[in-house]
Design a protein around this ligand. Structure first.
Ligand code: C2E
Ligand code: MG
Ligand code: MG
Ligand code: MG
Length: 290
């Protein structure tokens, strides 16, 4: 109905958690055309060292603005894309765009940042997934170190042996893998030892609850992660107090509105790109609006 309500369309998405079958089909129709019609954009959110607040990388976050439906959040359209066989072309598009962006940042001589790309469980489960990543790296003339992939536990635990095989192949390419939304799944500890991942992203719900018990939880996660040789990123940091607490807890990296909202990459000045100016900042992004 929202479509017929004109200017209120975007609220339709905010007010409903689950889409009915009919609504999904309608979303699917628009989604199907969206790639061809260039309605997607990648925004980048800085990931910083909690010790020195320097930017080490950016998370790529997909944005869709439909001319009919308005901006649709990824939490709404990703599941629809998954259900309608669109996640693979979409996932490939994001990877290609993100790698091209890192390539541009590096060509302009800024600090060596990586890009961290979310991968749908369905995408990861495909047989040719790692080969596809290798091909995209070759295409972008980047080494694997430029790329991190964010996967949730659920993507990895349905078939642990196969997942382990793919994670090893990715590691051989130099591509790092982060466990996203860590702490929200149910199998965290048992599988962690078996899965060759390099980074844990502590879910924002923990960062939001840094009271006595919350601190104890995060401390335990950091200790465990470091014991296993993993880096820890805290998601959803909005306040300096949270960043300070997490730093004291020896959390390595942080991400959140405090450091920067997801934003489009600022186009690089072509003259500067040719010179490859060493002064230019790889983290040239608009701060502020998402
Ligand atoms: P995620 O990977 O856990 O991404 C973090 C989400 O937290 C993003 O929401 C980001 O905008 C938001 N965020 C970052 N800092 C803060 C903060 O300080 N406070 C609050 N309240 N939120 C913060 P977003 O962009 O809406 O994405 C939601 C989810 O959609 C992502 O969660 C990810 O699971 C999925 N997603 C986004 N882009 C892609 C994509 O390209 N491919 C796939 N497969 N999934 C994607
Ligand atoms: Mg993520
Ligand atoms: Mg996350
Ligand atoms: Mg999350």
């Amino acid at each position: 109905q929202a479509k017929r309500q004109g200017k209120n369309t975007w609220r339709w998405f905010d007010e409903r958690d689950n889409l009915t079958a009919v609504e999904q089909v309608r979303l699917d129709t628009h989604l199907r055309l969206a790639l061809a019609q260039n309605e997607f954009e990648v925004h980048y959110q800085p990931i910083v060292g909690l010790g020195d607040a320097g930017v080490v990388g950016y998370e790529a976050l997909l944005r869709w603005t439909s001319p009919v439906l308005g901006p649709v959040p990824p939490a709404k359209f990703i599941p629809v894309a998954e259900a309608h066989g669109l996640i693979e072309p979409l996932g490939e598009w994001v990877l290609r765009a993100a790698l091209a962006q890192v390539r541009t940042w590096r060509r302009t001589g800024g600090p060596t940042v990586y890009v961290s790309v979310n991968v749908s469980p369905l995408q990861f489960s495909r047989e040719g997934f790692v080969a596809g990543i290798a091909a995209l790296l070759t295409e972008s003339t980047l080494r694997g170190e430029a790329l991190m992939l964010e996967l949730t536990e659920s993507a990895l635990i349905t078939d642990v042996p196969t997942s382990v095989g793919k994670l090893r192949e990715l590691r051989a390419l130099g591509v790092r893998v982060a466990l996203d939304d860590f702490g929200t799944g149910y199998s965290s500890l048992s599988y962690l030892r078996q899965l060759p991942v390099q980074v844990l992203k502590v879910d924002r719900s923990f960062v939001n609850a840094l009271d006595d018990e919350g601190v104890t939880l995060v401390q335990a996660v950091v200790t465990m992660a470091h014991g296993l040789g993993l880096m820890v990123v805290a998601e959803g940091i909005e306040e300096t107090g949270q960043a300070e607490t997490l730093r004291t807890l020896r959390c390595d990296l942080g991400q959140g509105y405090l450091f920067g909202r997801p934003a489009p990459a600022v186009p690089v000045d072509p003259a500067q790109e040719q010179r490859g100016s060493p002064e230019s900042n790889a983290g040239k992004l608009e701060r502020g609006q998402s």
